[in-house]
Design a binder for this molecule. Sequence first.
Ligand SMILES: [Zn+2]
Length: 87
Amino acid sequence: MIITGYRTRKNALGQLMYTCDKCQQRTYHTFIRTRRSFTVFWIPLFPLAKTTTTRCNVCGFQTYFDNKKADEYFPQAGKQEGHADHS
Ligand SMILES: [Zn+2]
């Protein structure tokens, strides 16, 4: 019997200041990277989906954000995502 499942991991990439769409205040937004992986016996085998969301630190308003742009804004955070590629 093979036990399969999914694992969702979240980590904060960093924060940027811009005007919130909802509360219209110029405030910091937290960028959160969510990665969903397929697991076999609770070991993540391969990633299924990667999304980035931003959350307004004042009103909590959340929106999706482009992954590539987020990687450009936070290149260090992107490198910590576990790719064993040191070239
Ligand atoms: Zn807001």
